[in-house]
Design a protein around this ligand. Structure first.
Ligand SMILES: NC(=O)c1ccc[n+]([C@@H]2O[C@H](COP(=O)([O-])OP(=O)(O)OC[C@H]3O[C@@H](n4cnc5c(N)ncnc54)[C@H](O)[C@@H]3O)[C@@H](O)[C@H]2O)c1
Ligand SMILES: [Zn+2]
Ligand SMILES: [Zn+2]
Length: 369
């Protein structure tokens, strides 16, 4: 290795003898294992190798394990959220240095392609949502981040890792796919279907715009109770199948200005269609594995809009400022903490959220060599 290359790697990485690491690996629907994998190495000049210090599990990881995301194939390391320390850099990375703590975005952006130039990083022609999907992800000791200049954020000095890891995915997702696409306005009545971490992120960020009322709909009373603390005005448990009727009663038959789908099931998309007011918006956030029925026979004359979006993470710098100011406190979403090597248990807890009272499950790692 030349001196120039050595400058772009930590002494720990340069001296490291281990060529493997532990990682959470997907082996087809319902199958996951914590096992040894080769440690990632720089493959392209834009790459960073990041040693993971904090990661977490997303509802999307559960969809992957259900087989809902066919782009994820056997052998893939899961995870698209994380904080870590830059261990090695390719020669083309200019914005970060070795040893620096970084926030990893769930979406990889080259910043140069047509999609990136219009702020649609989710469809970057050289990136997009690839981490823990088409390339190995963050639920591991190390991860390779392509196009590091566009896909990492500087970790603010003295910030809290548990709060910052919510910027990898859930805060930009809730805000962009739910609030911005739903065009939440002051005074609006908003219904959020799904009080998981994503639905709660919609709830938190919708309040930037002072909606008049926020109905939170879920099957899980514990999650609904959290929603109440976070500013929901009305809680509706949909277990009896009458959530939509309840929303219509509460709005005197008018329905809601914004219905956000934050689950990813035909039944929850159906609730959104049943409650959207004339002139309203349905903002879909959930990852769907099955087709939904679209009731155009009821909606064709209602002047509504239906939006879908894969998070672009273009609002991450703004959300970072809001979190830093203390106006948004996403670490409130953390309910459980595990060491990274206990990730199999962490998955059991997150997948059984209703019984466990789980929201965001934090995984920490010393990244031992
Ligand atoms: N569009 C994007 O870019 C993007 C990004 C991240 C996550 N997502 C998706 O957002 C969704 C939510 O993610 P999460 O991490 O909060 O997931 P989660 O699994 O923790 O939460 C889903 C919630 O839906 C509730 N639910 C299930 N069935 C219901 C029903 N019939 N009625 C009402 N509530 C019901 C559950 O009780 C749970 O609280 C997932 O589909 C995830 O894949 C999308
Ligand atoms: Zn996610
Ligand atoms: Zn791009």
């Amino acid at each position: 290795m030349t001196n120039a290359e050595l400058e772009r790697t930590t002494p720990r990485a340069a001296a490291g003898t281990r060529t493997t690491m532990a990682a959470l690996v997907y082996h087809g629907p319902g199958q996951r294992a914590w096992e040894d994998k080769p440690r990632p190495t720089v493959q392209d000049p834009g790459d960073a190798i990041v040693r993971i210090t904090t990661s977490t599990i997303c509802g999307t990881d559960l969809h992957i394990l259900k087989g809902d995301v066919p782009t994820v194939t056997d052998g893939r390391i899961l995870g698209h959220e994380g904080i870590g320390v830059v261990e090695q850099l390719g020669a083309g990375v200019s914005e970060f240095h070795v040893g620096e703590r970084v926030i990893i975005s769930c979406v990889t952006a080259c910043l140069k392609c047509d999609f990136c130039k219009r702020g649609m990083y989710s469809h970057c022609q050289r990136g997009g949502w690839i981490l823990g999907n088409t390339i190995d992800g963050t639920q591991a000791e190390y991860v390779r981040i392509p196009h590091a200049d566009g896909s990492l954020y500087h970790f603010p000095a003295d910030a809290d890792e548990e709060a910052m890891v919510m910027l990898s995915d859930i805060l930009p997702t809730g805000f962009e796919c739910g609030v911005l696409n739903g065009q939440v306005k002051p005074g609006d009545t908003v219904a959020i279907v799904g009080a998981g971490p994503i639905g709660l992120a919609v709830l938190l960020t919708a309040q930037f715009y002072s909606p008049g009322a926020i109905f939170m709909i879920d099957l899980d009373d514990k999650r609904l109770a959290v929603a109440k603390q976070f500013g929901a005005t009305t809680l509706i448990n949909s277990a009896d199948g009458h959530a939509a009727d309840r929303v219509m009663e509460l709005t005197e038959g008018a329905g809601v200005d914004v219905a956000v789908e934050a689950v990813g099931l035909p039944a929850t998309f159906a609730i959104c269609q049943a409650v959207v007011a004339a002139g309203g918006r349905i903002a879909n956030v959930g990852v769907h594995g099955k087709p939904v029925e679209l009731h155009l026979e009821k909606l064709w004359d209602r002047n509504i809009a239906i939006t879908t979006r894969l998070v672009d993470t273009v609002t991450t710098p703004m959300l970072l400022k809001v979190v830093r100011s203390g106006k948004l406190q996403p670490s409130q979403l953390v309910t459980h903490r595990f060491a990274m090597h206990d990730i199999m248990k962490a998955y059991d807890t997150f997948a059984n959220a209703a019984n466990e009272g789980a929201l965001k499950v934090i995984l920490t790692s010393g990244g031992l060599l």
